[in-house]
Ligand binder design. Sequence first.
Ligand code: SAM
Length: 315
Amino acid sequence: MSGLITPMALRVAVTLGLPDRLRDNPATAHELAPELDLDPLALDLLLAHLTTLGVVERTASGYRTTYFGALLCVNVGNGLNNLLHHDSAAGRADLAFVDLIHSVRTGGPAYPVRYGQDFWTDLAEHRHLRDAFDRQMTDRMRNWVPQVVRNYDWSRFGTLVDVGGGHGSLLAAILTANPAMRGHLVELGETAAGARAVLGLYGLADRTEVTGSSFFDPLPAGADAYLLFDILHDWDDERAHRILARCAEAAGERGRILVVESLGESTEFDLVMLVHFGGRDRGLHDFERLASAHGLRLESVTQVTDGRSLLEFTR
Ligand SMILES: C[S@@+](CC[C@H](N)C(=O)[O-])C[C@H]1O[C@@H](n2cnc3c(N)ncnc32)[C@H](O)[C@@H]1O
């Protein structure tokens, strides 16, 4: 449990593209090293450990990716490569775990200790990180979408605002299943543009609006419901309050606030929120307390998918 070697070996293998390069095309470390501009002896050490792990195997013509190792390839549909690559948003952010002790001492994110600025500023400045993060969010949502659509009665709402809705795959599925409903997605600029394209592809352009703005600014007012899916856990209490305040102000007397979170079900995930964002994974009572400061009362809790519950708040 205490080893850092194997997690780093896997991440370096992915970052160097070894699982893809060796998938159908075996090679020795000496053949590969000049091709990838690597040290041949060091590469051989890495490949030997990847062999121990079963990620590659030795063949007569060199190392070859195994069936198991192919799970780390790009475009195999499991999102793993995008989670582990040093230049992806998540893979890069995970390297900040080296400074976990800073987070534990201060309660703040370790990410800026390593990179000099916070996660969201980095994404705003580096298009490839932004794209990788949006892809990661869409990948993880793919399996959840059918359950989230089925396990909650969305048809009660005429209008839904998806606050920080990513590329909009969930909103698209909810609107497709509820043809009378209209949707509005609020996201940061580049991601909002991506969401517009996705909602268009689903043929929903005429039932949706996308606003490229911050959820710390006023939100579209008067909708029946405001969805915060995996949003509040990215933020400390002060900023979580500011987001909820924007939702409550826009929702007015009648609108509902729908908070979807994991309710502290994964201790590992809780640490990820802390180290990457300085966020907090909260329990039910924490959410009730946060929301009550905005005149919101918890009306129901619905498990919408594995590890995610929907908390419905009303005035
Ligand atoms: C953890 S992701 C969740 C995305 C989406 N709700 C989902 O569950 O797939 C958090 C989202 O919040 C967005 N976000 C971060 N800061 C924001 C801000 N100030 N205003 C609007 N959106 C923001 C990010 O771009 C990202 O898409």
